[in-house]
Write a protein that binds this ligand. Structure first.
Ligand code: SF4
Ligand code: F3S
Ligand code: FES
Length: 245
């Protein structure tokens, strides 16, 4: 490493370029060469490319800290967060970036996960429903610590979409809700404040678009950047739904 923080090697970053709004455009790979610097993430690398080589390159970042989920993309074949991926992970310095499949392409590496997540939320009714009268002066209700821990664990989902893009079932079955949705259902199912019963959840996800559509391929669990227990929560939901009918 020299005094300017350069690591002494050139990265070759190939990016899928495509603007779906331009009728004449066709998808193509474009390779950029930049010098690697100390602690460089793909977030930094893409910004270097956009600032110094190609101002038209489209990609999304908000938090740069693995919290907002907006920087998810396919990195050398695997969905992951670009802001949490160090360029030093790639020993040969060659990196291929593609947009997440499944989601609507905005352009280059930018996809519309928000639209998909909103539709999914409505499909599974992904919000708290309670029959209790809500006291607006009561900020928090007491919850058993072990249940609170479990709810908190599942609430760590950042809706990045990696699990959906990494699921072979989703690629074959358009209406399958995906692991992010099943994680959300499990989260409300265990929440004691939610008054919906198993029959209600069965009507929503006890079908082939829901928990019975999952073929246990486990790509979701492999790529989830938050290491959520997707495998065990899908199995939990399946057991609950089987016992309904
Ligand atoms: Fe991302 Fe994991 Fe949430 Fe899926 S479950 S959207 S991979 S954080
Ligand atoms: Fe897909 Fe995960 Fe099921 S990868 S098939 S949602 S176990
Ligand atoms: Fe927010 Fe990467 S920029 S998770």
């Amino acid at each position: 490493m020299n005094e300017r923080g350069k690591m002494g090697r050139t990265l070759k970053i190939s990016v899928l370029r495509y603007n779906p709004l331009d009728k004449k455009d066709r998808p193509k790979m474009q390779t950029y060469e930049i010098e690697e610097t100390m602690g460089m993430t793909l977030f930094v690398a893409l910004n270097v490319i956009r600032e110094t080589i190609d101002h038209s390159l489209q990609f999304d970042f908000v938090c740069r800290a693995g919290i907002c989920g907006s920087c998810a993309m396919v990195i050398n074949g695997t969905p992951d967060l670009a802001c949490k991926t160090l360029t030093t992970n790639f020993k040969d310095g060659e990196i291929t970036l593609m947009p997440l499949p499944v989601f609507e392409l905005i352009g280059d590496l930018s996809v519309n996960t928000a639209k998909w997540m909103q539709e999914m939320t409505h499909q599974i009714e992904g919000w708290i429903v309670t029959n209790e009268k809500v006291d607006i002066n009561l900020i928090e209700e007491r919850m058993e610590p072990n249940i609170a821990d479990e709810v908190f664990e599942l609430d760590r989902c950042i809706e990045c979409g990696c699990c959906v893009s990494g699921c072979g079932t989703k690629r074959m079955h358009e209406h399958f809700v995906g692991a992010v949705a099943l994680n959300r259902v499990a989260r409300f199912h265990i929440d004691p404040r939610d008054s919906r019963d198993d029959e209600h959840w069965y009507d929503l996800v006890g079908n082939d678009d829901g928990v019975f559509g999952c073929m246990s391929l486990l790509g979701c669990a492999d790529v989830c950047p938050k290491n959520l227990p997707l495998q065990s929560k899908i199995a939990y939901l399946r057991r609950k739904m089987v016992s309904v009918k």
